[in-house]
Design a protein around this ligand. Structure first.
Ligand code: SF4
Length: 245
């Protein structure tokens, strides 16, 4: 699954500047590097065009470095490695993040499903900000017998990000069908791994347009998280509201 055959190439879906649309840094001007390929199946995924590994365009790493220089705008706050699933092309992500760290003063940000903690561990030295996303059991983003393994990796990624003093926050996507008991178990298990003081925030992200949660549903999820992580917030996706990418 991982694309390692050629370390000088990278398959990129798009590279552009916009506003961060999700999570803790919503509204911050960001350069997005969207890598192609993701093997998960989130029904709310809004970048389906980037899911096939052969989507997007093959570039030499140096071509992307040139594009980064060209696309970089003044007052950009950070560079997001997103997807798709950036860890599938980890060698390229490491080279590009290293380039950004050496030649700019920008923060680097990894946006991953955290499906493989060993890959996550390798990319961590090059990242400043980690969004660790947890998928609920009923979200069916992987086969039932693969969920436990995904969860173990997500937990391990969270621990690694915190242990390495990265700016870390947690995100969980909630739909109107999200099972509250399963959601509560997940949050409880997360609370056994990290203290609230070790993370920068806990974000509940409502889906947009697809099985969109009601306000009551969001209030229920907020009330589950708040006693364990007092800094919980409901944050919808800004880019959909303002018509940005
Ligand atoms: S993990 Fe992200 S990129 Fe992959 S299917 Fe889910 S939402 Fe889409």
């Amino acid at each position: 699954m991982q694309r390692t055959e050629n370390n000088t190439k990278v398959r990129v879906s798009e590279i552009f500047t916009s506003f961060e649309g999700e999570g803790l840094f919503v509204g911050k001007k960001t350069l997005f590097i969207r890598l192609s390929g993701c093997h998960l199946k989130c029904r709310w995924c809004d970048t389906k065009y980037a899911l096939p590994l052969d989507s997007g365009t093959d570039y030499q790493i140096d071509e992307i470095k040139d594009l980064i220089v060209k696309e970089l705008q003044p007052f950009t706050y950070k560079v997001n490695f997103t997807g798709g699933e950036p860890l599938l092309q980890i060698e390229a992500v490491i080279q590009l993040a290293d380039f950004i760290k050496k030649y700019t003063n920008l923060r680097t940000y990894i946006e991953s499903s955290c499906f493989d903690f060993e890959l996550f561990r390798r990319v961590l030295p090059y990242m400043d900000i980690c969004k660790v996303e947890f998928k609920t059991e009923d979200s069916k983003v992987v086969k039932d017998d693969e969920y436990y393994y995904l969860l173990l990796n997500e937990f391990r990624c969270l621990e690694l990000a915190v242990q390495n003093n990265k700016t870390t926050y947690i995100k969980i996507v909630v739909t109107n069908s999200t099972n509250l008991e399963s959601f509560k178990n997940l949050v409880y298990n997360i609370s056994k791994k990290v203290k609230p003081s070790e993370i920068m925030g806990f974000i509940i992200q409502p889906t947009y347009g697809i099985d969109q949660p009601t306000i009551n549903k969001l209030l229920d999820t907020y009330d589950i998280v708040q006693p364990m992580f007092p800094d919980v917030r409901i944050i919808p996706q800004l880019h959909k509201e303002i018509g940005a990418r």
